[in-house]
Design a binder for this molecule. Structure first.
Ligand SMILES: NC(=O)C1=CN([C@@H]2O[C@H](COP(=O)(O)OP(=O)(O)OC[C@H]3O[C@@H](n4cnc5c(N)ncnc54)[C@H](OP(=O)(O)O)[C@@H]3O)[C@@H](O)[C@H]2O)C=CC1
Ligand SMILES: CC(=O)[C@@H](O)[C@H](O)COP(=O)(O)O
Ligand SMILES: [Mn+2]
Length: 396
């Protein structure tokens, strides 16, 4: 593999920092062309100096703040000649995405990642996609913008499916099986979920991730989004995408083929391998992570989803089948509800209940839709509508 330039969007988050860890251990393979952060100026400045990054993009903050922070770290590192281009503001991530780097890793959280995803595809970069929301809400808009194999999934389940698909031909695939941890509340009834706290919801059994995705794992909205993501990435109809609860998350997902054989991808529940593969696809880097340890006795469990206690996947299948702007509405209403839950303004069950009500409202109000899902403005229009509707539903 010749050296690849990489732009990292969301460099200060869980995905972004782990991506820089992988790159730091493979400096002969990668250079960092751009970094994009939200508001963590101190961390992005430190990263920029460490990786000698020519473009630093920050959503919130002033160019002076960014320059001062970079100057301080550069002086400490004795790298005083370092003077990168700095962009700030709402469009900063789009600028970083559109530089034409070999690979753009989109590790931003939320629907705000849509325009950067489109900018990366338009620039011809390989898109290593952690920001599942942009594909899910953009749907065919994003798929049309992508050339074959231009999107490499970083989400662990979808990386596992992409790896497992190497074991057979597309026409031989019978089903995709997406694994789910079940979240911190696995096994509870709906009644037992009523009073759970944000702190409890953030105690993911296996992964240290950002606040939104961790909460989505607790409600199973993450698995709902992942079913739609699998449908869009691999072009498999929803009725041939299963979800199985597997609390240990050692199997990251599976593909069942028409002869009855199932190929699964295994590894400890960590993101280093999916991130590294996103950067190096289709090649594998050396020693990215520890493999499974077969020297010790262990048991792995599997169970069906409890759709009554956790209706988010069933609802996601409904919006996924409906297509158009429905997935954008599901996602945006959820983003509003997750924030409100963490602000202590609503209960845990209100999250998915309110998303369902907003989806119902979208169905009755917009069946002939004034939102054109084939344009970015239409998708973001539906996103904005759903945010307003969710706020009303929740009395915010
Ligand atoms: N973490 C994980 O293991 C996994 C994550 N994913 C997906 O990856 C994405 C990122 O998740 P995760 O890393 O956990 O989230 P984090 O909350 O840890 O990080 C989010 C990142 O997005 C940045 N950001 C926020 N707003 C903007 C903006 N307007 N422009 C540029 N950057 C912005 C944040 O910057 P700042 O902090 O500076 O404000 C931060 O760097 C999500 O879509 C998630 O679903 C998928 C699978 C696994
Ligand atoms: C690491 C990753 O890809 C996350 O999406 C993680 O899989 C969350 O798992 P659950 O949503 O199954 O808890
Ligand atoms: Mn995942």
């Amino acid at each position: 593999m010749s050296q690849r330039s990489v732009a990292i969007l969301g460099s200060t988050g869980s995905i972004g920092t782990q991506a820089l860890d992988v790159i730091g251990r493979n400096r002969d393979r990668f250079s960092v062309a751009a970094l994009s952060a939200g508001s963590n100026i101190d961390l992005v400045a430190r990263q920029a100096v460490e990786f000698d990054v020519p473009l630093v993009a920050v959503a919130s903050g002033s160019p002076e703040e960014v320059r001062t922070a970079i100057g301080a770290y550069a002086a400490r590192a004795g790298h005083t000649a370092y003077a990168p281009e700095i962009v700030v503001g709402d469009g900063a991530a789009v600028t970083a995405a559109g530089t034409g780097a070999d690979v753009v890793l989109n590790g931003i959280t939320g629907s705000i990642g849509l325009r950067p995803t489109l900018a990366a595809l338009e620039a011809g970069s390989t898109l290593a996609l952690a920001n599942k929301e942009s594909l899910i809400i953009g749907g065919d808009l994003v798929r049309r913008a992508a050339k074959p194999d231009q999107i490499v999934p970083v989400d662990s389940e979808h990386s596992a499916i992409a790896q497992s698909l190497r074991g057979g031909r597309a026409e031989e695939v019978r089903r995709l099986v997406v694994t789910a941890s079940g979240g911190p509340f696995r096994g509870r009834s709906r009644d037992e979920l009523r009073d759970v706290t944000p702190e409890q919801a953030l105690a993911h059994p296996n992964f240290a991730m950002g606040r939104v995705i961790t909460t989505n794992s607790a409600t199973l909205v993450n698995k709902g989004l992942e079913v739609i993501e699998a449908h869009l990435l691999f072009d498999i109809p929803f009725e041939r995408i299963d979800v199985v609860v597997h609390p240990q998350q050692q199997i990251h997902s599976m593909v069942e083929f028409r002869d009855g054989s199932t190929i699964a991808q295994l590894g400890p529940p960590r993101m280093l391998v999916p991130i590294a593969l996103g950067l190096s696809w289709p090649e594998r880097l050396e020693d990215v992570d520890e493999p499974c340890d077969w020297s010790m006795a262990q048991s792995w469990d599997f169970a069906p989803l409890d759709d009554d206690a956790f209706p988010a996947v069933r609802l996601a299948r409904r919006v996924g089948e409906a297509g158009g702007t429905f997935p954008a509405v599901y996602n945006a209403a959820n983003e509003v509800a997750v924030d409100a839950f963490h602000e202590g303004r609503i209960g845990f069950l209100d999250i998915v209940d309110s998303v369902a009500r907003v989806v119902d409202e979208h169905e009755s109000a917009h069946t002939g839709s004034e939102f054109d899902a084939s344009t970015v403005e239409g998708v973001l229009g539906a996103d904005a509508w759903a945010r307003g509707q969710a706020a009303t539903e929740l009395g915010l």
